[in-house]
Design a protein around this ligand. Structure first.
Ligand code: SF4
Length: 238
């Protein structure tokens, strides 16, 4: 409790130093121990974000912090399978599921910017439908956990297990950063964790439907995201 109160009172600079120190000290810790540190340090000011590609981090977090806030960003462009995974996670896991939505519906965005903004200006579309809503949704938290892994793509190769998110000025926890796809598969099999059905239908990474395609043999997991658009990240993690 004392640690939690201290974390709430720390300045951004002190939080950044705390995050960087924890990143060094927890580099070899298990995912559960990393999440336990985050839960003990930040209490209710800590949440897990999930794209509902799988529910591994939500599952890990719910075991060390029952009732943990799990934040899902509903862009309005998700596959039905993703929304179904979100609903199933809320029904079967001991988590407090929170769904964030953009200020504008897809119809309102189409009226303001023209249809299919994702094809013409995906950075703006992601800014409106992902980056801004997440920024607003995270204001109540000092720390957030993600499912980022170093093996997903070259842009994620240096992801720290705990780091400082300069853009949002929050502690960013990536408890499975060191995991491989085999580690994820083993955890899913051992614990019967929910996964998005699209992962067994040729998709290696699941995002919004208009910007996600199946991957080809030998491609990295995120090659099916914004394929042909020269874009690799939505702005949430860049
Ligand atoms: Fe828009 Fe595509 Fe970004 Fe989703 S991933 S917010 S549809 S540009």
């Amino acid at each position: 409790m004392t640690d939690t109160l201290h974390a709430a009172e720390l300045t951004d600079e002190a939080l950044r130093e705390q995050a960087e120190r924890a990143g060094r000290e927890l580099e070899d810790a298990s995912a559960s121990d990393i999440l336990r540190w985050a839960a003990d340090t930040f209490g209710k000011r800590f949440c897990v974000t999930s794209s509902m590609e799988d529910a591994v981090v939500a599952h890990l977090a719910s075991r060390v912090f029952p009732g943990v806030d799990v934040v899902f960003l509903d862009t309005g462009y998700h596959f039905e399978e993703t929304i179904g995974t979100r609903d199933a996670v809320g029904a079967v896991m001991d988590v407090n599921l929170i769904t964030l939505t953009p200020r504008q519906s897809v119809a309102e965005q189409d009226a303001a910017y023209g249809p299919k903004l994702h094809d013409r200006d995906p950075d703006l579309c992601c800014a409106l439908r992902k980056v801004k809503p997440l920024e607003e949704g995270l204001t109540a938290y000092a720390a957030w956990a993600t499912g980022l892994r170093r093996d997903e793509s070259p842009t994620r190769a240096n992801t720290p297990v705990v780091g400082w998110d300069e853009k949002r000025r929050k502690v960013k926890v990536s408890p499975i950063a060191r995991w491989t796809q085999d580690d994820v598969d083993a955890y899913v099999a051992e614990h019967g964790v929910l996964t998005n059905p699209l992962l067994t239908d040729g998709y290696a990474s699941v995002g919004c439907a208009p910007c996600t395609r199946r991957v080809l043999e030998g491609e990295d997991a995120r090659a099916g995201r914004w394929a042909g658009l020269g874009k690799t990240e939505c702005g949430l993690h860049g």
